[in-house]
Design a protein around this ligand. Sequence first.
Ligand code: ADP
Ligand code: ASP
Ligand code: MG
Length: 408
Amino acid sequence: MKKRIVVQKYGGSSVKDADRIKAVAERICSYKNKNTDVAVVVSAMADTTDDLIELAAKIAKNPTDREMDLLLASGEQISSSLLAMAVREKGVESVALTGFQAGFRTDKVHGKARVHDIDGSRIKKAFKEGKVVIVAGFQGMTDEGDITTLGRGGSDLSAVALAKAINADVCEIYTDVTGIYTTDPRVVAEARKLREITFDEMLEMASLGAQVMQARSIEVAKRFNIPLHVRSSYAKEEGTMIVKNKKKIEEIAVTGITCNKNEAKVTICDVPDKPGISAMLFNAVARAGVNVDVIVQNVSHTKKTDISFTVPKTDVVRALKITREVSAKIGGGEVLEDRNVARVSIVGSGMRSHHGIAASMFEALAKASINIGMIATSEISISCIIDLDKVNDAVKVLHKAFGLEKVK
Ligand code: ADP
Ligand code: ASP
Ligand code: MG
């Protein structure tokens, strides 16, 4: 009989101290039996990654990407070794593996490396020996033998990629909330847990700021159709299934609300309104490795126009420098920055077949006296750039306007 293979991922909030590590070990052992193999991916304990980044900043202005990855990967090596010890204490054989030892091969892009392939042979050998395998998440290794990390929240990706590589029957993501909610339950008390959500919706929500899952992990889950079960490591109850298609025949228009407080707006004023300017600007920004988000260019009546765009706050200094250089080259005007902005978004596959959703969104924001600075749409989302200090109110207002407190 083929054994069941379960992949479980425990986030940093689930292994924040010794007691939590023991509790997680208990749960892992309850899954392991002679018919089930368990591979666990674990994040660094609590805020370890943030703390390490802060520590490095105190020591070096521009640390090398290679050493940063080596440093950050250590967080997951601590939690994985401790968790393996805790599992063994419960009488179940276990082995902790770094990303490299678990066979994760990546490209060389430090800080956001892509997984090329996973050689699962060492994990399979450990399964044969009856061991639970505990893999340090968020990391891999280049062909040259350098340690890389997979971007913030990257242990989600480690888990999904591992589930694909070892052909797991189940991939469970354990966190500190009981599933995916209509919006962040820590911001809106009325948020409701969703029984299921599609890959497309989760990808959109994650890309638009819902930190609960890393967007890249959902891309991989979608590509290989790996259903994910997001649930709490603190409770027994069933969580949310992230799946290709929902069971419900007809969809409601809006499934969730997200916000992103990590955006900043750059405006380049008085740009000559002629072909090639946007191409030149955004090529230069892209070459600097900055991801541009919402772009707005006004129609000009004077042969000059303003172009505004948003970038992650962490990239704004770089974006400003490049934009000022481009402005000087093309005879443009001043370049302005605004860090007091945030994005609020509504997401739902049902938007494809419902009308008037944008109007309802704008009306709800208007009623709450929230001014809309920029608007962006995709097939299944509408986003507004608004003032940062209004964003939590905006999420609450929209959650109510679309009746999400009743959604399951
Ligand atoms: P982990 O440590 O398990 O990786 P994260 O902190 O990365 O956990 O993600 C879990 C957090 O995501 C929750 O505590 C919650 O505040 C936040 N979150 C944001 N949006 C949502 C949502 N729509 N549903 C559930 N949680 C959300
Ligand atoms: N520890 C890493 C981070 O904080 C990876 C993860 O937790 O998924 O981003
Ligand atoms: Mg996370």
